[in-house]
Design a protein. Structure first.
Length: 370
């Protein structure tokens, strides 16, 4: 009887998680039909170019989700170390021979499309930490073992940081920190790890010019709304246009497909700033709806982790929940000025093939039947 009730609860959670990601994907397609058509026309002289690529990314993601969903735990554990080495190799290849966009070298040419290896690093990091907890959870109480536990993922985060991709590297460090917090690591060690991580982020932020400039822009916005800047097309432009788009949406929005910001006023409206378009077209209610959906999604993932049969599956679910939580906070916080804009996309909604496929692979790991 108890096992039947437990199985019923797991099935209910699985169904709710599946319902939410399907709602997010539906909203993603609706938004991209609006903003993606304009961006496709502007960049490729084809209204449907970006929309077609977005839908193809979803199809590929769902296909890989289906494969991963039936992968046995033993197979994942066996190849986790190889995935870590593969991630490092592809990151180095992206740095040495990759394609540069907006000053960052993050992309590799994968035939007719570009792929971003750093998006898949999150999967490797989550699998690595889940494997370490599964095998060595009782031995995490020393600094030496903690280094073996978190060292390889931190190495990948540093390589990502060098691309440079500050947002993704902070995201990876955040995932590591949250997964550590759920392990049996002692509070003093957790505190030391947290302080070292925060110290490293702050030092990089203050010593790298472009990151320092981005942070200064955000501070200027927080102080004065960028009113003191003479160049209105300068660093604050993206944030000011984002706030303008959201403000023009009011309570219920100006309607699907009616965005003004997508016509060249707001940079990256189909990817990083897609939340601003949702606010403009669907209003405060639209933004509130996706906030509720993400909040429910994240809470359900954390709850679902408590029903795992073993530590490996449990920490995969915790890691993916941390991933979606941090990415959502960074993105939505950035578009309203609560946090600096980092280039982090909105999970399951933003345009971005690598990010979309990585999201689906992560989801497949969470909902695995194997």
């Amino acid at each position: 009887m108890f096992e039947e009730k437990l199985l019923h609860k797991k099935d209910s959670l699985n169904n709710l998680i599946s319902l939410i990601w399907k709602l997010l994907i539906t909203l993603s397609i609706l938004v991209q039909l609006s903003v993606g058509s304009v961006q496709g026309l502007t960049i490729y002289d084809d209204n449907y170019h970006l929309i077609a690529r977005h839908v193809m990314s979803i199809i590929i993601g769902i296909f890989l989700f289906s494969l991963v969903k039936y992968t046995k735990k033993e197979i994942l554990i066996r190849y986790t170390k190889s995935l870590m080495w593969g991630s490092l190799i592809f990151l180095i290849m992206a740095k040495l021979e990759g394609l540069a966009t907006n000053g960052s070298v993050r992309w590799l040419s994968c035939g007719p499309v570009k792929c971003q290896p750093s998006e898949f690093v999150k999967i490797s990091v989550i699998l690595w930490i889940a494997m370490q907890v599964y095998h060595y959870r009782e031995e995490l109480g020393s600094i030496k073992n903690l280094g073996l536990f978190a060292g390889p993922p931190l190495m990948l985060a540093l390589v990502v940081l060098d691309q440079p991709d500050f947002g993704t590297s902070v995201l990876i460090i955040g995932i590591i920190g949250i997964m550590l917090a759920f392990s049996r690591i002692s509070f003093p060690l957790l505190s030391i790890s947290g302080l070292l991580g925060i110290g490293g982020i702050v030092s990089v932020l203050l010593t790298q010019e472009y990151r320092n400039r981005r942070f200064d822009t955000w501070l200027e916005y927080r102080r004065s709304g960028c009113a003191t800047l003479e160049d209105k097309l300068g660093p604050c432009w993206q944030l000011l246009q984002s706030k303008s788009a959201i403000g023009s949406g009011g309570l219920v929005g100006i309607g699907p497909g009616n965005s003004y910001a997508r016509w060249g006023y707001l940079p990256s409206p189909h990817s990083d700033m897609v939340g601003s378009i949702i606010g403009e077209e669907y209003g405060f209610i639209g933004l509130l709806l996706i906030t509720v959906l993400y909040t429910a999604f994240i809470l359900l993932l954390f709850i679902f982790s408590s029903f795992a049969d073993n530590d490996f599956d449990k920490f995969i679910r915790i890691g993916f929940a941390a991933w979606i939580f941090l990415q959502t906070v960074f993105n939505l916080g950035g578009i309203v000025g609560l946090l600096p804009i980092t280039g982090i996309v909105l999970p399951f909604i933003s345009y971005g093939g690598s990010a979309m496929v990585a999201n689906f692979i992560g989801l497949g790991l969470v909902l695995r039947d194997g």
